[in-house]
Design a protein around this ligand. Structure first.
Ligand code: PMP
Length: 453
């Protein structure tokens, strides 16, 4: 196995940092200007975490590419971290949204589109009832609130190193002694997460049963395959086991499909015949227009209807003024019906496989102890020789400096990867040439890094 020479990595990284700054004077100037009234020069704090001394300012994004203000074309394998999984500005979504823009954006009343959207979601995901939000985060928050309300219980179970948006309960990890502790960087936590949450490892049904046996768990909030700490795939029967335990211990099972929608048009849930009580999705389903949604079973709909008075439905913790607005609904209808189709996945999934094959070939050529994991239209490499079996393993396989370098090397050659991990996502607009560009770049990068070529 080839080992990584840290001094060599540091030298190469310095070279790439300089090349980045030299090639992007306009982005650098805008970043300096932006810093006057936005900390870090960015409208949202995550945007400082890209590799390079300043963020790349976007001029134009279309399909699977974007051009930055310095006129450099990029293959976008990040796609807004799934928000643009259907490609940037897909034509049917743009047409529908353009029509709706001059017919009223938000009224706090339903538009007819909502009927087609909820029916389409029911057919796709197998749950009959749907409610809408503007983000997946809010959809998760609402699912948790309903679960607590219906069960009269307080705790939420999540997986170690999960991410479900800025959901307070989910900012917990497993401590060294197996207890629940606040995750590093849990900014301004309202309470100690041990009060609200029990964390279990992915693929550990015994741990889940122990967590549920207390009898105080309202909801189990899961991604059916982890995607936010690298990709961690479930063991055969794991998700079915989670379902069985949820039923046995009276907790509601919430599948968060926000990222695992990459597994197919009905997400991992439909692809594998899973039966959650609730399902959450956001980001991609409006083609990038803000929207989120959560679906639930007939039984849950009945229990909600029986237990909440009309008088209490306003500022009770569920809902949002702009949620379900006409613009979001038009975007979802067009995206779901015309863009996020089975045909689209038939194009996207083979491209992700080709991307993963290219990465594997690059790894094999230099003998690096790394591997690639595949999940439908998404794939990811990490710095361990075998697939991670749980969140902790995936976390421990990361290497921040190395990751930043690889991302910067790619960016300097016009390829954008998803920040925070080494993930690539395919859209209906991604082409074989886009994938090939990555394969070539990645092979050259590794040959130089491991000094084998
Ligand atoms: N659920 C999952 C699985 C996610 O990965 C994310 C965001 N990365 C969210 C929910 C939250 O999405 P948003 O930030 O759009 O609310």
């Amino acid at each position: 196995m080839s080992t990584l020479d840290r001094a060599r990595l540091a030298d190469l990284h310095a070279r790439e940092r300089a090349a980045f700054s030299d090639a992007r004077p306009r982005s650098r100037a805008l970043a300096e200007q932006a810093a006057a009234h936005m900390p870090g020069g960015v409208p949202m704090s995550w945007m400082v975490k890209w590799p390079g001394a300043f963020p790349v300012f976007v001029e134009h994004a279309e399909g699977a590419h974007f051009t930055c203000v310095d006129g450099i074309d990029h293959v976008d394998l990040c796609l807004g971290d799934t928000g643009a999984m259907m490609g940037h500005s897909p034509a049917p979504t743009v047409d529908a949204v353009t029509r709706q823009l001059s017919r009223g954006i938000t009224t706090m009343l339903p538009t007819e589109d909502a009927i087609a959207v909820s029916r389409g979601l029911a057919e796709r995901f197998g749950l009959p009832f749907w409610q809408f939000t503007l983000t997946a985060t809010d959809a998760n928050r609402h699912a948790i609130r309903y679960a607590r309300h219906l069960t009269g219980r307080t705790k939420v179970v999540v997986h170690n190193w999960c991410y479900h948006g800025s959901v307070d309960e989910a900012f917990a990890t497993l401590g060294p002694d197996g207890t629940t502790v606040d995750r590093r960087s849990n900014i301004g936590a309202p309470v100690d997460t041990a009060e609200t949450t029990r964390v279990v490892e992915f693929n550990d049904l015994d741990a889940l049963e122990r967590a549920l046996a207390h009898g105080d768990v309202a909801a189990i909030l899961v991604e059916p395959a982890l995607t936010n700490i690298g990709i961690v795939l479930p063991d055969p029967g794991y998700n079915e086991g989670v379902r069985e335990l949820a039923t046995r211990y009276g907790a509601l099972l919430v599948n968060d499909e926000t990222h695992t929608i990459c597994a197919g048009p009905g997400g991992y849930t439909a692809a594998h015949g899973l039966e959650p009580d609730m399902l959450v999705i956001g980001k991609s389903i409006g083609g990038g227009i803000p929207c989120g949604t959560f679906g639930f079973s007939q039984e849950i709909a009945d229990r909600i209807a029986r237990s909440i008075e009309l008088e209490d439905i306003d500022v009770g913790g569920i809902g949002g003024t702009l949620a379900g607005n006409g613009l979001s609904m038009a975007a979802m209808k067009a995206t779901l019906e015309q863009v996020m189709t089975a045909d689209a996945f038939e194009h996207m999934v083979p491209l992700a496989d080709a991307w993963a094959d290219g990465v594997q070939a690059g790894i094999d050529a230099v003998g690096a102890d790394w591997h690639v994991t595949r999940l439908g239209a998404r794939a990811e490499y990490n710095f361990s020789g075998r697939p991670s079996h749980d969140g902790q393993e995936a976390h421990d396989a990361d290497d921040f400096e190395l990751q930043q370098y690889l991302h910067l090397y790619a960016l300097n050659r016009g390829i954008l990867l998803t920040p925070f991990h080494n993930m690539a996502l395919m859209s209906p607009a991604t082409t074989a040439a886009d994938v090939e560009a990555h394969t070539t770049m990645f092979g050259e990068c590794l040959r130089e890094l491991f000094a084998t070529g």
